[in-house]
Design a binder for this molecule. Structure first.
Ligand code: COA
Length: 372
């Protein structure tokens, strides 16, 4: 395979997974064989997390036990709270999560990996805690108790953010986006995590690296960039004209396009429906209609479709979530996919070390420093 053909490793099969299919004929997106639409309509995020991390859908008793376990793991060690307080208020929250996970790896090192499921559950339970502890400390000076009594990750997140339990509609919508974001095969951050795992490194290191990869606007950061885009416009007509101008200037429109999907992203229709529902609840459809106008121009002009990030942006916005917390929500969900891939990589490990086509100069004669 030459470098040209495999630019960005597009189309290259880089390993095996039993976790997920993306864009396979007849099934847009599946987790361990379950269609994403079935999961989004009928399961909770905790059921999906269990499916990914433990290999099967839980029974009612197993789910109850799992929820109780996650609730117990929400508290943060004092040393981590001190570190979170020291991170500047204007830091990007993705950097907060990256540092938080890395620091937790010092306090609770994984050791010999024999408790890897517990490490995964701990990260799943406490990623929202570290994010919102930092956020609340720096926005309203409150040292929140992260051990709330909410049963779900979505309820826990919104409760800590708004200082009160959320409405069932908002909780359910956040829960659904967590299901949609949970897993996506060998995407950039997951692959980064698998590369780190392939060296037999620990889960905290792999997740820290994965957060770094997800941070970029070509990957998870697109949901924040999409929000900034739609907020620039005050009417659908203005949005259509603005995006046409951007396309003429060859600007990238964030929240559109995908490396694997070619005609649509199956997660988009679910997010779009929720975005409309929440706009109606608010009694103001402007932002939703602006989003639709952008979507139409992108399809008409470029045959590019909205990906999972585009309508997720307005879903979060309508729930009163600040834009800079959008990509960190992705982390709170994707930790399930990352950890499942880390465990899968370990179960049949091989160091990941590809080759490169050399394009540099031929063999050169070395000239001593004072003679150059
Ligand atoms: N806006 C405008 N043009 C886009 C575009 C977008 N969002 N996405 C792709 N294109 C164009 C490219 O400019 C390129 O045009 P060209 O052939 O004239 O050069 C063509 O479509 C192919 O895109 P390419 O960048 O080669 O595809 P890729 O597989 O490398 O990239 C993404 C995939 C996701 C990185 C890319 O679509 C993108 O940057 N999207 C915006 C960021 C985003 O939403 N990321 C979240 C992904 S879930």
């Amino acid at each position: 395979m030459t470098a040209k053909k495999s630019g960005g490793l597009a189309g290259v099969t880089a390993g095996k997974t039993a976790l997920c299919t993306v864009g396979k004929e007849g099934a847009g997106l599946t987790y361990r064989g379950y269609d994403i639409y079935d999961l989004a309509d009928n399961a909770s995020f905790e059921e999906v997390a269990y499916l990914l991390l433990y290999g099967k859908l839980p029974t009612r008793a197993e789910l109850d036990k799992y929820i109780a376990k996650l609730k117990k793991l929400r508290s943060l060690p004092d040393e981590l709270k001190q570190v979170l307080e020291m991170i500047p208020a204007d830091a990007h929250p993705m950097d907060v999560q990256r540092t938080g996970v890395s620091f937790l790896g010092n306090l609770e090192p994984e050791g010999d990996f024999s408790h890897q499921q517990d490490t995964a559950d701990r990260l799943l339970a406490c990623l929202p805690s570290m994010l919102l502890y930092w956020h609340r400390f720096h926005t309203d000076g409150t040292r929140i108790d992260t051990a709330t009594d909410d049963d779900s990750v979505s309820g826990h997140f919104l409760h800590m953010l708004h200082d009160k339990p959320p409405s069932e509609l908002h909780r359910k919508c956040l829960d659904t986006t967590l299901i949609l974001y949970a897993e996506h095969e060998f995407n950039a951050s997951t692959f980064a995590g698998r590369v780190i795992t392939g060296t037999l490194s620990d889960m905290h290191s792999a997740v820290t690296g994965a957060i770094g990869a997800l941070r970029g606007p070509l990957h998870g950061g697109a949901n924040e960039a999409a929000m900034e885009l739609i907020q620039r416009f005050s009417t659908p007509a203005e949005a259509a004209e603005g995006v046409l101008g951007m396309l003429e200037r060859k600007d990238l429109i964030m929240g559109f396009g995908h490396r694997v999907y070619t005609t649509s992203d199956p997660r988009n229709s679910v997010n779009k429906k929720m975005s409309k529902m929440l706009a109606e609840e608010k009694g103001d459809l402007t932002l939703y209609e602006i989003s639709e106008a952008v979507e139409k121009v992108m399809w008409d002009e470029k045959k590019l479709f909205a990906n999972a990030d585009f309508f997720a942006a307005s879903v979060y916005h309508f729930m009163g979530i600040p834009t800079y917390l959008f990509t960190p929500i992705f982390v709170c969900s994707r930790i399930t996919g990352w950890a499942a891939h880390i465990m899968e990589q370990r179960s049949d490990n091989k160091l990941i070390r590809p080759a490169a086509d050399y394009v540099g100069p031929g063999l050169q004669k070395f000239i001593a420093i004072d003679e150059r």
